[in-house]
Write a protein that binds this ligand. Structure first.
Ligand code: PMP
Length: 292
């Protein structure tokens, strides 16, 4: 059975959910989006995702035609129409239809759509075994040009890095910033554990302020783990006790090899396992309910 999609005020079958070839989201990557998860009949951290969406829109000078409360209802209603209690949700706002020039003033109305689909989780095996990464040559966008904090539709920077990872035959890549400090993976934030401390790069390094990242830092502090946001290099990754990635789709995923170096004892660590357990508990109670 096909999905029901929210598109510009209507719920339509997926065959009818089409946007114009003149949409600047398509022509120029001009727009913003969120990837969100629903678990156990609740939309996890929905408020945080909506805040980030509207903040990204503000920076690119895009006025979203509907308010945040209405947008929350769009997400919940999309899930209801598809009878989904556990799902991956893609919420997108583009600059809308314009002419072939890039001037956003020629785009009178943003395009808004929301897709909710059953999720294909990563295989359990990957969480138990851990994944391998390489550092790639493509540097993360500099904040002064295309700020990684803005979750825009322009993902070419990350896609270049993903292609490098693909060519190296590994599932993920570490991206450095211009100075050579570790920034993040192609679609996930990065954490290290060293001497029982949890370490992650600060926002100013140039990375997306991940909602899972913030959640994991809160969970760690709640269990008495010291959390440090500081810049670090590949050397710090190689000598870490543990390394893992965080993101809405991946949740927390362990990384056991980087650039051919085994991290820690080459197995997902204890801190990682504890935090993943706490994270999964939190998904049972956080966020607005879908079906009352
Ligand atoms: N960094 C990048 C580049 C991403 O695309 C994502 C996924 N949205 C993340 C980090 C993780 O963010 P979140 O935890 O909010 O999904």
């Amino acid at each position: 059975m096909g999905l029901i999609i929210y598109l510009d005020g209507k719920f339509v079958p997926e065959e009818e959910a089409v946007v114009s070839v003149f949409d600047h989201g398509l022509l120029y990557g001009d727009g913003v989006f969120e990837g969100i998860r629903a678990y156990h009949n609740r939309v996890f951290k929905l408020h945080d995702h909506l805040v980030r969406l509207y903040e990204s829109a503000r920076t690119i000078g895009l006025e979203i035609s509907i308010g945040m409360e209405e947008m929350q209802e769009v997400v919940l209603e999309t899930l209801r129409r598809n009878n989904l209690r556990d799902a991956y949700i893609r919420l997108v706002v583009t600059r809308g239809k314009g002419d072939l020039g890039l001037d956003p003033r020629k785009c009178p109305k943003p395009t808004v759509f929301c897709i909710a689909a059953s999720i294909q989780l990563y295989p359990d095996e990957l969480y138990e075994r851990g994944l391998e990464m390489v550092t790639v040559a493509t540097r993360r966008n500099i904040p002064e040009a295309c700020n990684p904090r803005v979750k825009s539709l322009n993902y070419l920077n990350n896609i270049y890095a993903k292609i490098e990872a693909n060519l190296a035959g590994v599932p993920e890549a570490i991206m450095l910033n211009q100075e050579g400090y570790v920034a993040e993976a192609t679609g996930d934030n990065i954490f290290l554990v060293k001497n029982d401390k949890l370490i992650t790069p600060p926002i100013h390094v140039g990375l997306l302020e991940g909602i899972t990242r913030n959640t994991v830092m809160d969970l760690a502090r709640a269990k008495g783990i010291e959390v440090v946001e500081k810049v670090f290099t590949r050397h710090d990754v190689y000598i870490a006790d543990e390394c893992f990635l965080t993101g809405t789709a991946a949740e927390l995923i362990p990384c056991v090899k980087v650039d051919g170096r085994t991290i820690g004892d080459g197995k997902p660590g204890e801190v990682f396992r504890g935090l993943l357990k706490d994270f999964r508990e939190l998904t049972k109670i956080d966020g607005p309910v879908i079906f009352e």
